[in-house]
Design a protein around this ligand. Structure first.
Ligand code: AMP
Length: 441
């Protein structure tokens, strides 16, 4: 047994999960491209102050979840806990406002947060996100929500609810904040976290898991929205209704990052347990300026890949992943190893012509040939890896320019003529056969 284990809160990705992530990546990229979002890859670590400044000093992420370290020159860096701050940094640094008239970008990659691990919550996890910069209009908010929804519906995740709220602008939020402070001051038995947050970040009390059921008739942001913010919120809702996108207005939705203004949303699934938010996002009209750029109102979301795949567990998504048939190349006579190896390579490289000639479908995976194995153990191996067909190289057939194709399901075998160009090349090029024979002896 290995004496090492993956660090707490991290996990190795292989097998079904690796295939699932590949498919999710493919589907999301197709959806992003359709909506004209372009990829930006940013570093996995950044200057720590990029995150403290954008996410907010009084947030859980900055207070206790960041992986912060110093490099050899004493620079203070942090593993990225989320993708928006880095994307905005790249936008400003490369003057995308000059080169990308429509500021639509997407990213994907690992994020790091020192959280208490549980199902669906990790210290290293994967997110895919989209950001729509430089569009203040409600249609940008709605397109972002629709992109998130489209990815989830393409994955056939049905049990989702879109929670929607508006956090207003700094002006109207100040009033809301004060109302909350007054309200919470009247509640005596707040938990330690809530007591601490009351001063610095009273909005976060609204989504406290311990205290939230003590809060009756809490003031809502709706009551405090200024006219502009209220109009924006109404317009977002009108557009969502118009495109038949169901949602619920959730006054308690506040989100854990400080940069949000106006629209915030979360897409939750009822099939993944307590960590039920599959994706989340919102508008951040002041962040670009806060990080040194112009006033560029923007909106975005991030989707947690592991959680999304948890929501796919029951819907048949994983059954449909391995669709390509495995074709196993077996040797009845080892002296044909080089011919079989070359043939396997031809199949892989030059696939369609040869595949057509020997009646194999286009989407196949080629495995083999192997040296030093009896034909029986080669068949066993072919069975173990679920091969649909085995192509057998035997001397009698090969001398006639043929191979045997065995159907592993029906056990039927038939001789199939090798395409001429393929056979001729192999019998003309005997040198490598000789080298192999010599090495074996
Ligand atoms: P956030 O960046 O906090 O807005 O989160 C966006 C999405 O990322 C969430 O809805 C989750 O699906 C996912 N997510 C956030 N934190 C974690 C975590 N610690 N482990 C796994 N997924 C996470």
């Amino acid at each position: 047994m290995s004496i090492y284990k993956a660090p707490r809160g991290t996990h190795d990705i292989f097998g079904k999960l690796a295939l699932g992530l590949e498919k999710l990546d493919l589907i999301s990229r197709q959806v992003f491209r359709k909506h004209n979002f372009k990829e930006v890859r940013t570093p996995i670590f950044e200057d720590v102050s990029l995150f403290t400044r954008s996410i907010g000093e009084a947030t859980d992420i900055v207070e206790k979840e960041m992986y912060v370290f110093e490099d050899r020159k004493g620079r203070k860096l942090a593993l990225r806990p989320e993708g928006t701050a880095s994307l905005v940094r790249a936008y400003i640094e490369h003057r995308f406002d000059m080169t990308e008239p429509i500021g639509k970008f997407f990213y994907s990659g690992e994020m790091f947060r020192y959280e208490r691990p549980q199902a669906g919550r990790y210290r290293q996890f994967l997110q895919m996100g989209a950001e729509y910069l430089a569009n203040p209009s409600p249609n940008a908010d709605v397109e972002i929500i629709l992109v998130a929804k489209e990815i989830l519906s393409t994955l056939n995740i049905k049990d989702i609810t879109i929670h929607l709220n508006s956090l207003g602008c700094p002006k109207c939020r100040a009033e809301f904040r004060q109302k909350l402070v007054d309200y919470f001051a009247s509640i005596s038995d707040l938990c330690e976290d809530c007591k601490r947050r009351l001063e610095k970040n009273p909005l976060r009390l609204l989504d406290c898991k311990i205290d939230s059921n003590k809060f009756q008739n809490v003031p809502t942001m709706q009551e405090c929205l200024c006219d502009d913010c209220n109009n924006h919120f109404q317009q977002v809702q009108a557009l969502l209704k118009r495109v038949d996108c169901d949602y619920i207005v959730d006054h308690k939705l506040v989100r854990g990052l400080d940069y949000y203004t106006r629209t915030v949303f979360e897409v939750r699934s009822s099939s993944v347990g307590s960590q039920d938010a599959l994706c989340a996002g919102g508008r951040y009209d002041n962040l670009v300026k806060e990080l040194g750029g112009q006033q560029i109102p923007s909106v975005g979301f991030a989707l947690g890949c592991e959680r999304v795949l948890m929501a796919c567990e029951q819907n048949g998504f994983f059954d449909s992943l391995q669709t390509d048939d495995v074709v196993f190349i077996a040797l009845a006579d080892e002296e044909l190893f080089v011919d079989a190896f070359t043939f396997a390579n031809d199949l892989i490289l030059n696939n369609n012509d040869i595949r057509k000639d020997i009646c194999l479908s286009e989407n196949i995976i080629i495995e083999g040939p192997f040296l030093n194995k009896s034909l029986k153990s080669q068949f066993k191996l072919a069975d173990k890896i679920g091969a649909k067909k085995t192509i057998i190289f035997g001397k009698n057939e090969f001398d006639k320019g043929k191979i045997i194709v065995k159907d592993m399901v029906t056990q039927e075998q038939k001789e199939v003529k090798l395409p001429d160009y393929c056979f001729n090349r192999q019998i003309c090029n005997t040198d490598s056969n000789e080298v192999f024979k010599n090495v074996k002896k």
